[in-house]
Design a protein around this ligand. Structure first.
Ligand code: FPP
Length: 250
């Protein structure tokens, strides 16, 4: 666990990219297909962005696969998504390991059925030694859940006398959040044309650059990713400083 925040990062390549993969349902419906076909097609885009991130030496990639709010979708769609997660975990894990990608699932996995929880643990264990790209898949995840969960863990330590009230601060909070040991999110991409954060990494995206793409997730590949990376490289990140201070550091 890292003890403090990462220092402000001013490089032109993102170390940590987070993606809200939106537009699967519309992609399928536009072809007169059931929505699940869009989710299946979206797996190909997942492979593509993993490949690109490896090629670009990105340190961490976090994908929003299932939000805590997605349980409210039609039961059939939720069921098919769960099946898809099972299949993807089984089918892709060897390739991830061979590619030195470490997989972590972030979110409240206790809500998933026992088989899926077991498969998640197995998949994480299989890639535990990999030290290339860190691939975080957010499943039954919500940014508010993440913050409340961290607060609860801190309260427990206070109650047990292991943490004083004075130690309850941003740095301590950070240590109990998902992705604590990883760089801050530098670039948040949302596909599918909507421009909102939808309760994704609320804390971790505090200083992320936002990139919204009209491309639907199953069509998201090299060109769209290159556009996002170019856009990131062109931004001046200020972290609260003035543009002049950033351009001419003393
Ligand atoms: C949002 O599109 C997408 C999802 C809720 C599911 C994303 C899941 C995958 C791409 C499968 C990948 C799986 C793993 C394990 C990484 P939407 O259904 O909200 O699309 P819409 O806005 O067009 O309705």
């Amino acid at each position: 666990m890292s003890e403090s925040f990462s220092p402000p990062y001013l490089g032109t390549k993102p170390r940590h990219i987070a993606i809200i993969m939106d537009g699967n349902g519309r992609w399928a419906e536009a072809q007169g297909q059931p929505r699940v076909i869009g989710h299946r097609a979206g797996v190909k885009s997942v492979r593509e962005v993993v490949r690109i991130c490896r090629e670009q030496n990105v340190e961490a990639l976090t994908l929003f696969a299932f939000s805590s709010e997605n349980w409210s979708r039609p039961a059939r769609e939720v069921q098919l998504l769960m099946r898809l997660f099972m299949t993807v975990l089984r089918r892709e894990i060897k390739l991830l390991k061979q590619s030195n990608v470490r997989l972590r699932i972030v979110g409240d996995i206790s809500a998933f059925d026992d088989k899926l929880q077991q498969r998640i643990r197995d998949a994480e264990r299989m890639t535990a030694e990999c030290d290339g790209l860190m691939l975080n898949v957010a499943a039954n995840y919500g940014g508010r859940w993440d913050i409340a969960n961290a607060a609860q863990q801190m309260c427990k330590l206070v109650q047990q006398g292991e943490l004083s009230i004075d130690q309850v601060n941003e740095q301590t909070m950070h240590r109990f959040l998902s992705l604590a040991s990883q760089p801050e999110v530098d670039l948040l991409i949302r596909t599918g044309g909507e421009q909102r954060i939808s309760n994704f990494l609320l804390w971790q995206c505090a200083y992320a650059e936002l990139f919204f793409s009209d491309v639907l997730w199953p069509d998201f590949a090299d060109t769209a990713m290159a556009e996002a990376l170019e856009c990131f490289a062109s931004r001046q990140r200020r972290f609260g400083l003035t543009g002049d201070q950033v351009a001419n550091p003393s």
